[in-house]
Design a protein around this ligand. Structure first.
Ligand SMILES: Cc1ncc(COP(=O)(O)O)c(C=O)c1O
Length: 447
């Protein structure tokens, strides 16, 4: 990896605090004022300007190590020079393409995904975003099995589109829009007995993230996913794994399912597939399931899904991950990060209840929910952009670009230590989030 490609020289823009305030004011007026208030309170009134590798600069001229990465969207780094060049080349000769027609780029990307996917997932349906990929996965599961029930997990997150939202593991996201799609049930994540009780002859599919992201970086017990695979097989139900946050090297393997030796029937990928430049998602599935689409080749359509432009960029993303050894690099950096997190946690036992994760998908669980937003504030002051989990505010997600080096991992650990000191000193904003005590001890992550 060429370490000179980012960081040192900076991104070449002029700080402009007035432009920042204008952007925040415009956002408050024309998008959502409450989002601006919440972000300001958490010290996250950051308007991004420069973007390069694992770093982002805001319009105030501050530099941050980006550990949010749009929830795992920047695995190859922001504006990776190879991806930028591929995008330029693609724009020079392509556009979206006519979605009903066949294209070289779609065929080439689908073929490459078939090579990289676990097991026999050799067929693809493209989309634009993660929710759309999950929607198609569940439509396919229902269509192919003729069954209607879907079982997902408490705390799970799959996006805000129709089927994906119906599977959401947090009622606050679903409740205002009910009745949603019928036939969805949720069981506690990691609980094999609950899963066995929930799956029956009416179950079309079980939908899970192999490691829960928004749920607070929850790594299931080693035996959980293999046991769910067996439960599905016994009932004739399909296993759908949502690798939208966990895939493409994030956990130190190409797919998180690889850690557990499990091959799903359907798998979704999105986010980092677009290389931080284009929206694209893919739902991968077996040839046997494709039988459902043979009499129905136009039953699921997406104008921009797998556009020729996006496919060309995504092909380069996959090439960069493979040719730069990014998956193994993520595993090595993840080990360094985890060892450091254990050390930092030991120095702050009153604040940190647990550290956990796989590869560069790490979670730091604080003892109270309010500490999540307060630590976002303190980390930002120490040059780290980190945001607590959507479904679990006590857990800080640390998901830097996979291109981080040892220096950047150490920078993150130093910033975390300093931010914890600040929190313990009582500095920082008043935060009124509900608090819940947490008592779990620090324990090592699964590897
Ligand atoms: C596991 C998982 N699935 C699905 C989604 C939804 O993706 P999108 O926001 O692109 O619709 C997300 C987004 O964070 C996710 O983390």
């Amino acid at each position: 990896m060429d370490r000179d490609d980012w960081g040192g020289a900076g991104p070449g823009f002029t700080p402009d605090p007035a432009a920042k305030e204008a952007a925040l004011a415009g956002y408050a007026t024309y998008l959502n004022p409450q989002r601006v208030r919440v972000l300001r309170a958490a010290g996250l009134d950051i308007v991004e300007a420069g973007r390069s590798g694992p770093w982002v600069w805001d319009l105030d001229g501050r530099r941050f190590l980006d550990c949010f990465t749009s929830a795992g969207s920047f695995n190859v780094g922001r504006r990776n020079p190879r991806i930028v060049a591929a995008a330029h080349a693609a724009v020079d000769r392509l556009d979206h393409g006519n979605f009903l027609l066949c294209s070289q780029e779609k065929a080439a990307l689908a073929a490459r995904l078939a090579e990289l996917a676990p097991g026999d997932l050799s067929c693809t349906m493209f989309g634009t975003g993660g929710g759309e990929a999950v929607d198609f996965a569940l439509k396919l599961a229902r269509g192919a099995t003729g069954r209607h029930r879907i079982v997902s997990a408490v705390g799970g997150y799959h996006g805000h589109t129709g089927f994906a939202l119906s599977a959401a593991g947090r009622s606050a996201f679903r409740q205002p829009f009910e009745p949603l799609v019928p036939g969805f049930d949720r069981v506690p994540f990691g609980d094999t007995a609950a899963m066995a009780a929930a799956v029956d002859q009416e179950t079309a599919a079980v939908l899970l993230e192999p490691v829960q992201g928004e749920g607070g970086i929850v790594v299931p017990p080693d035996r959980y996913l293999p046991a769910v695979r067996e439960i599905c097989d016994r009932a004739g139900a399909l296993l759908v794994l949502d690798e939208i946050q966990t895939g493409l090297g994030r956990t130190g393997r190409w797919w998180a399912a690889d850690h557990f030796g499990v091959v799903p029937d359907i798998m979704t990928t999105a986010k980092s597939l677009g290389g931080s430049l284009v929206p694209i998602s893919a739902t991968l599935f077996t040839e046997a399931l494709r039988e459902f689409l043979i009499p129905n080749p136009f039953i699921h359509l997406s104008t921009f899904g797998g556009s020729d432009l996006a496919c060309a960029v995504a092909l380069e993303v996959l090439a960069v991950i493979e040719e730069t050894g990014l998956v193994d690099h993520a595993a090595a950096m993840g080990q360094r990060l985890f060892a450091g997190l254990v050390r930092v946690a030991a120095g702050h036992p009153d604040v940190i209840a647990d550290v956990r994760g796989l590869g560069l998908m790490a979670g730091v669980e604080y003892r109270e929910d309010s500490m999540g937003p307060r630590m976002s504030f303190h980390l930002a002051r120490h040059g780290v952009l980190a945001i607590y989990s959507g479904n679990q505010p006590a857990v800080m997600r640390l998901m830097p670009a996979l291109v981080v080096g040892e220096d950047e991992v150490d920078y993150l650990l130093g910033a975390l230590d300093a931010a914890l000191d600040d929190l313990e000193s009582g500095a920082g904003p008043e935060v009124t989030a509900p608090t819940r005590p947490r008592r779990r001890p620090v324990r090592p992550a699964a590897s």
